[in-house]
Design a protein around this ligand. Structure first.
Ligand code: BG6
Length: 375
């Protein structure tokens, strides 16, 4: 039932405060009092994960992006190096996977063929295989040694919308992986302050997501401005590189507009924003915000006369020298590793409104299936 919403995609974007609260119950179960995270599905394997030579994140599409967003905090709290693998590429290359590795498979559906094939490959190579999925009883949940269920919500039939779950799955996946980082990091004294700040940040997320959702009308206005553009480049760095990739993926997938997520540090090494009509730049992370490199990316984009939209945390816009013509979108501030959860939401809204305004079918996007069970 779509209730007051026009489309399931819209409804699911707006339901994220609830889906995150559901996901967060994992930390409420007694865990919150002591400011630790209890992931029952992982507790017997935490020692092995901590002792791994490396953690390898494997996924496709949105799930890959969520893992990428979580990589820095997993590295920071666990001290274990994390590498990223697009599932199909790992299989194509038969990339090295060792018994001493922990391979973490991220899949909303738990049925994506590429991810499952990579899982079989990692199992054959003797790695500890951890699953992060939304779907209890899925092939991924059955085949991995251990894992976490996201509990973001139930799926809706494929015919109704490809969108079901996959918008809020991204935000819930990041939350679960932050919790994974906390669990693997354990109770090291040196991490105590950081750990507590993250847990507080997690508990604050649903209300902050609600605040971001109030940007709906503003994002609709922006979509009207961008409706006939040919391309949208999304720049981000640090924690928000993944946001740039995920935002661009949503615009490509649903609004069928060319879009690319670009690491802001690569700006000088190829991208030619002057050929693009719109550029969206990210400045969320507090210390990235102060970083002169990020400021210089903005200046370069302005010099190339792309239409520039800057997103930053509340109160920070005054200190960004973006010039009068630049649109600034402000989101609430949260602990850096959780900022991607808030930052992706305006882009989800933008993708939704662009889809509607460009006259595409939101419920059944061209060439998309809810889970891709072929290779
Ligand atoms: C792709 C979808 O086919 O599969 C993406 O278009 C999705 O939206 C990706 O993120 C991976 O799906 P899953 O279910 O493995 O997370």
């Amino acid at each position: 039932n779509k209730g007051k919403y026009m489309h399931y995609m819209q409804k699911e974007i707006h339901e994220q405060p609830e889906s995150l609260t559901t996901t967060m119950r994992l930390i409420r179960g007694g865990a919150c009092k002591s400011k630790t995270v209890l992931l029952r599905g992982l507790k017997d394997h935490l020692k092995t994960i901590r002792r791994s030579r490396r953690i390898v994140f494997v996924g496709c599409g949105t799930s890959y992006n969520a893992a990428l967003a979580s990589r820095p905090i997993v590295e920071e709290l666990s001290g274990v190096p994390v590498t990223m693998e697009v599932a199909s590429d790992l299989v194509d290359r038969q990339g090295p996977i060792y018994r001493e590795d922990t391979a973490v498979f991220v899949s909303q559906s738990g049925e994506t063929a590429d991810t499952l094939q990579a899982l079989d490959y990692a199992l054959e190579n003797g790695a500890l295989c951890v699953g992060i999925t939304n779907t209890v009883g899925s092939a991924l949940a059955r085949k991995t040694h251990c894992g976490v269920h996201i509990k973001a919500g139930c799926e809706i039939g494929v015919a109704s919308t490809k969108a079901s779950n996959w918008h809020f799955a991204y935000t819930s996946q990041i939350v679960v992986m932050a919790m994974l980082a906390l669990a693997v990091g354990g109770d090291m004294i040196s991490n105590e302050t950081r750990r507590e700040a993250i847990i507080d940040g997690l508990l604050d997320l649903p209300s902050k997501v609600k605040a971001v959702l109030k940007l709906d009308e503003e994002m609709k206005d922006l979509a009207e401005l961008l409706i006939s553009e040919q391309s949208l480049l999304v720049f981000g760095r640090g924690y928000n590189y993944a946001t740039a990739l995920e935002g661009a993926l949503k615009v490509k997938e649903v609004a069928l507009m060319h879009s690319e997520g670009i690491l802001a540090g690569e700006m000088k090494h190829g991208p030619q924003p002057s050929n693009c009509f719109s550029c969206l730049s990210y400045l969320f992370h507090k210390h990235l915000f102060c970083c002169s490199k990020q400021q210089s990316v903005i200046q370069q984009l302005q010099a190339r006369k792309g239409r520039l939209i800057v997103m930053c945390t509340k109160g920070d816009s005054a200190s960004v020298s973006v010039g009068g013509s630049c649109r600034v979108i402000e989101v609430p501030h949260v602990e850096d590793c959780l900022q991607p959860v808030l930052n992706v939401i305006p882009l989800q809204l933008l993708a939704y409104h662009l889809t509607v305004l460009r006259g595409h079918n939101v419920a059944q996007t061209r060439n998309l299936a809810k889970s891709v069970t072929t290779q």
